[in-house]
Write a protein that binds this ligand. Structure first.
Ligand SMILES: [Zn+2]
Length: 176
């Protein structure tokens, strides 16, 4: 499966820094317009000129990514999906789990929602996208895959819930 590429400026967690000094002390020229609704001057047009306070002169920007911010967002979205609180998401239960009957399935869904024993081993990237658990001696896994909204490609930005359809799969370990 391929991923559509997104400009880094459009990724969640992106922020601009000065090309010369690398600091985020950059400002753009802009016009403010009067807003009747907020009774204040609000941002109108933004121009190309960029000023760096640290350099004390005009500069250009490049984009950096706040990885910690992104990770927190991804973790929160994955946790929300397990609890049924994500707008764009679905849950897939494998045939093996379904064959165990309704009570088993309900237990499994509850266990996935409540799962919180994340370790370096089962969650090396800290994204909360995988877990292993047991019900009545049966070993199960759950995993989360982030697709784009058409479900044709992987999500262009897994930290952005507007462009991501998350799929939670609950399966028997034997089916992995
Ligand atoms: Zn600078």
């Amino acid at each position: 499966m391929t991923t559509k590429t997104v400009e880094s400026a459009d990724l969640v967690g992106a922020f601009p820094v000065c090309k010369n000094c690398g600091q985020s002390t950059v400002m753009r020229d802009a016009w403010a317009v009067w807003s009747l609704a907020s009774r204040d001057w609000t941002l109108g047009s933004v121009f190309d000129q960029i000023w760096c306070e640290t350099c004390g002169g005009e500069t250009q920007i490049e984009w950096k990514i706040d990885k910690e911010f992104r990770l927190k967002r991804i973790k929160r979205l994955n946790d929300a999906l397990r609890r049924g609180q994500v707008e764009r998401g679905s849950i897939v239960v494998t045939q093996g789990v379904q064959a165990k009957g309704r009570a088993f399935l309900e237990q499994a869904v509850k266990a996935v929602a409540e799962f919180d024993t994340f370790t370096e081993d089962n969650d090396p990237h800290g994204e909360h996208d995988f877990g292993a658990f047991e019900i009545d001696g049966d070993k199960l896994f759950w995993k989360i895959d982030p697709y784009d909204l058409d479900m044709q490609c992987l999500s262009p930005d897994v930290a952005n819930p507007c462009v991501t359809h998350r799929v939670l799969t609950i399966m028997l370990a034997a089916e992995y």
